[in-house]
Design a binder for this molecule. Structure first.
Ligand code: PGA
Ligand code: MG
Length: 223
């Protein structure tokens, strides 16, 4: 039986340039089991990707802060506190690093994301004062409430869909995927994954980005 999937987006379904690998548009709509997009990106991004892939909107966004499955939406995490960290970070000379429109945070409902080129040390110092966590996805720093994780979000999706979260096969590339890897029985880190993801995954793939992800999907499709 084809297993359900929990797939990270950035670094996992993308090219090294950060664009969605077009092969996702062939393999994911044809997948014969639920596909969960589990990402640090804000809510509209994975919903939009589901929409244009033509798959049901089944999403863990904002590192677990937002969950959508079977038309049920839930939120966890203290957005105000994350915003307070961002404000204090800026007051001490930090820069969130996005353009004036800040489309990265504009629709973000449970946490705040900061550009990877920003002052990490200062950000961590301020976050600590507010008892908030900083997660480094390789694509952004995310300031979020402790306990909000993709893995908990996947558990919630599985409950809504009446599936066992352990039965999902997960693929990811960074520390925000570690909690997902712990929830499932079978997890893969692509070759470009960071040390934490590599250490937590059952298997570290030889190939990176979508090449790595596709190697898993081809292997497990007809189980
Ligand atoms: O938006 C990010 O920082 C990372 O997103 P990802 O979880 O899909 O890799
Ligand atoms: Mg990623």
């Amino acid at each position: 039986m084809t297993p359900p999937l929990a797939l990270d987006i950035d670094g996992t379904l993308t090219t090294p340039q950060g664009t969605i690998d077009p092969r996702a548009f062939d393999v994911l709509p044809a997948w014969d089991a639920p596909v969960v997009l589990a990402t640090g990106k804000s809510f509209p991004y994975p919903v939009t990707l589901c929409h244009f892939l033509g798959v049901p909107e089944t999403v863990v966004a904002e590192n677990g802060g937002v969950v959508l499955a079977d038309q049920q939406v839930s939120f966890t995490g203290d957005r105000e506190r994350a915003a307070a960290v961002a404000e204090e970070f800026e007051a001490r000379g930090g820069d969130l690093g996005w353009g004036a429109a800040d489309t990265i945070n504009r629709w973000r409902e449970t946490e705040i994301a900061i550009h990877v080129d920003s002052d990490e040390e200062l950000l961590r110092e301020v976050a600590l004062e507010y008892d908030m966590e900083v997660v480094d996805t390789g694509y952004a720093y995310h300031v979020k409430s402790p306990g909000v994780e993709k893995g908990a979000g996947l558990q919630e999706v599985a409950d809504i869909l009446g599936l066992d979260a352990a039965d999902f096969v997960a693929v990811g590339d960074s520390e925000n995927d570690v909690s997902t890897f712990h929830v499932v029985d079978e997890s893969y880190a692509v070759a470009n994954a960071d040390d934490r993801a590599r250490a937590a995954a059952d298997v570290v793939l030889e190939e990176g980005y979508m090449d790595g992800t596709l190697s898993v999907l081809h292997e497990i499709a007809d189980r």
